[in-house]
Design a protein around this ligand. Structure first.
Ligand SMILES: *Cc1c(COP(=O)(O)O)cnc(C)c1O
Length: 381
């Protein structure tokens, strides 16, 4: 018996297809899957266990790395996010050290100082801000960083940066500027005698700028079957003869918990901002913005799929429910399965479509799918 009325389905075969396609383009050893944010909402456990034995996974924070290890993963986990000095002081040292395969990122001198003073030093990646305006040392500080870590050279395993605009523009000008700054930083670090893995690219740069691939690429969105932007795909197709087939691997479904008849002139939902113009059959889905359905999709042309047909959302999306129009469906009944993302019959409703209705991007849709919804592996016949 199903107790959950809404769930997420993961096609692990499509995941492996994406992984193989990316390995073919980038080189197998360069693909470092990013499993932060619950594997972009797909479920970190399913994704971690479905992937082949990769050398390195990337997450944002330490607790996410610990989760991956709890699933039995034994490779390296790179924690990309910034940490507080307190991680390396007091409690952390008392409670025992981080597992040796968890590597941290330093992007500021406060944390770096704490690391230099710490008795136990987790392996470290030094991150430089070459133009993202977010985390990282200034490239001008490269000599100072190199000097600070000089006594602990063997613990420095990586030097990294991040692109701001690799997939959004047809001009490589800004990414090229970032690559030049990064190259200069790495030169300083190598001249100081450091030996490290150099990594700069996420999905967009990895696919579009071969010279950004370096030792490995931190691959998130494309592993999950999405192009960073439509522009990125167009650019890739222009540059290359063939485009890797990236397939979305996630579907989101829910059962209809009620089907009702409403007379003409009935309001639907909070704010009374929808009113039926004729007698209508509606259905209720046990899904709302709590579960990750964007409230911003209300009042747009948003629809879900039932029995292979588009069913428009009526009124505003509630916290735990939404109302759909099923007047055009023969025999629709409680227990029928609605598709909020994914394929039903001939129709396919992409996460990007939902993102467009909500005026956002696919990342923002999938990462918000609530972790309380079960993630199930799709069974292939
Ligand atoms: C999230 C993230 C990535 C992955 O980006 P995608 O565009 O999803 O491939 C890579 N590097 C850093 C630092 C990130 O935060």
């Amino acid at each position: 018996m199903r107790t959950h009325k809404t769930w997420v389905e993961i096609d692990t075969r499509a995941l492996l297809n994406n992984y193989d396609a990316l390995c073919a383009v980038l080189g197998k050893e360069r693909v470092a899957p990013v499993l932060k944010a619950n594997a972009y909402g797909h479920g970190d456990e399913i994704v971690c266990q479905a992937l082949p034995a990769v050398a390195r996974l990337c997450v944002q924070d330490v607790w996410e790395a610990e989760r991956l290890l709890s699933y039995g993963y034994r490779g390296i986990v790179l924690v990309m996010g910034g940490q507080l000095p307190s991680l390396l002081q007091g409690g952390f040292q008392d409670k025992g050290n981080l597992p040796a395969n968890i590597e941290l990122t330093a992007g500021d001198f406060q944390f770096l100082q704490a690391w230099c003073q710490a008795k136990y030093k987790p392996k470290l990646h030094l991150k430089f801000d070459t133009g993202m305006g977010r985390q990282g040392f200034s490239p001008d500080d490269a000599p100072r960083v190199a000097a600070a870590v000089a006594p602990f050279k063997s613990h420095i395993v990586g030097v990294s940066s991040h692109f701001a605009d690799a997939g959004d523009t047809f001009s490589p000008k800004y990414p090229t500027y970032q690559m030049e700054r990064f190259a200069a930083v790495c030169r300083v670090m190598r001249d100081a005698g450091l030996v490290f893995q150099q990594h700069h690219a996420a999905s967009a740069a990895a696919l579009l700028l071969p010279s950004s691939r370096h030792d490995f690429c931190r691959i998130g969105i494309s592993l999950y079957g999405f192009w960073t932007t439509a522009t990125a795909k167009t650019m890739y197709a222009k540059q290359n003869k063939t485009v890797p087939t990236l397939k979305p691997i996630l579907s989101w479904r829910a059962v209809l918990i009620a089907v009702r008849q409403l007379p003409a002139g009935s309001y639907i939902g909070y704010g009374c901002n929808y009113c039926t113009t004729r007698a209508t059959k509606i259905a209720i889905l046990p899904v709302g913005y709590f579960d990750g359905y964007p409230r911003q999709a209300s009042g747009s042309y948003a629809y879900v799929l039932v029995r292979g047909k588009r069913c428009p959302i009526l009124g505003v999306v509630c916290m735990n429910m939404l109302v759909i129009d099923v007047a055009h469906l023969e025999g629709v009944q409680v227990g029928d399965i609605a598709t909020l993302i994914g394929t039903d019959g001939e129709e396919c409703l992409a996460a990007e479509q939902l993102a467009a209705w909500a005026n956002t991007i696919s990342y923002d849709i999938t990462t918000r799918l609530h972790p309380s919804m079960p993630r199930q592996i799709v069974k292939h016949l």
